[in-house]
Design a protein around this ligand. Structure first.
Ligand code: URA
Length: 253
């Protein structure tokens, strides 16, 4: 029996030659994504990492959750790379900070502001968190094909959901001076949205010579309201998943 990786509990044989991984944050999305492909089969479940293998365009793909945030994501990417994966499509959710972006829209990240910590363990601070151009184009093609509203641009990837995204509705209602008025600053600089994993994914991918792109469904509109409706989340996730799967299919040819 071939050796299993420490956290994902997957072996080389499990991947059936897959070079492409679809990586949602939420373990609950893994089966949904796998069932949109053919020959879907569950592989493992350990902590936040749930993995299925399936086929798209006659080729194997692995679908594995990253969990929330950069540190958990970095483990998933590292262990999938150990097993031969070279291309990563992240499917996530996000909060928009520009008024022209609506709940239900798609954000395709071109580059990320590094408000995380894990990316600094892969590349120095001066290095940009940039998507793979060709994979990003396939996400745009997929969003067009599915007739969805999409935006391409810069995302802010924060280690925290609350202070790093300037949410004051925490226990004490404070954020560090570094984050006071930070939402306004990112808006002025044209940043589209907040999420928690993409900067780590992009920097790690560049450092290891891998390819990565990110599709994010907008579940919150920070310029108008903080409320996040469950029905909206479900529909937005469905759209982001469709884009990610279609893009994977286009990419695999
Ligand atoms: N994910 C985030 O990180 N922030 C949001 O506002 C919504 C989803």
């Amino acid at each position: 029996m071939s050796k299993k990786t420490m956290h994902l509990r997957l072996s080389h044989a499990d991947l059936n030659g897959a070079h492409l991984a679809i990586v949602p944050g939420d373990p609950g999305r893994v089966e949904r994504i796998a069932r949109m492909c053919s020959h879907a089969r569950q592989l493992s479940e350990h902590r936040e990492y749930h993995a299925w293998v399936a086929e798209l365009s006659g080729k194997s793909v692995i679908i594995c959750s990253t969990g929330i945030g950069g540190p958990a994501t970095s483990i998933c990417i590292e262990e999938l790379a150990q097993l031969g994966v070279r291309d990563f499509i992240r499917i996530g959710t996000t909060g928009a900070i520009q008024p022209h972006i609506a709940v239900g829209d798609m954000v395709i990240t071109q580059a990320s502001v590094r408000l995380d910590g894990a990316s600094y363990h892969f590349v120095p601070p001066e290095f940009p968190a940039v998507a793979d151009h060709f994979m990003t184009n396939t996400l745009v093609e997929a969003a067009k094909f599915l007739n969805l509203t999409w935006h391409v641009g810069i995302t802010a990837s924060s280690d925290t959901f609350y202070p790093g995204q300037e949410r004051y509705d925490t226990y004490r209602g404070v954020v560090l001076p570094r984050f006071e008025n930070s939402l306004k600053l990112w808006q002025q600089l044209g940043v589209l949205n907040y999420e928690m994993e993409t900067a780590t994914l992009f920097c790690q991918a560049r450092a290891l010579g891998l390819h990565a792109a990110s599709i994010l469904g907008v579940i919150a509109q920070r310029t108008s309201s903080e409320s996040i409706e469950e029905a909206q989340i479900q529909e937005t996730e469905r759209r982001a998943i469709s884009v990610g799967v279609k893009a994977a299919q286009l990419y695999l040819g």
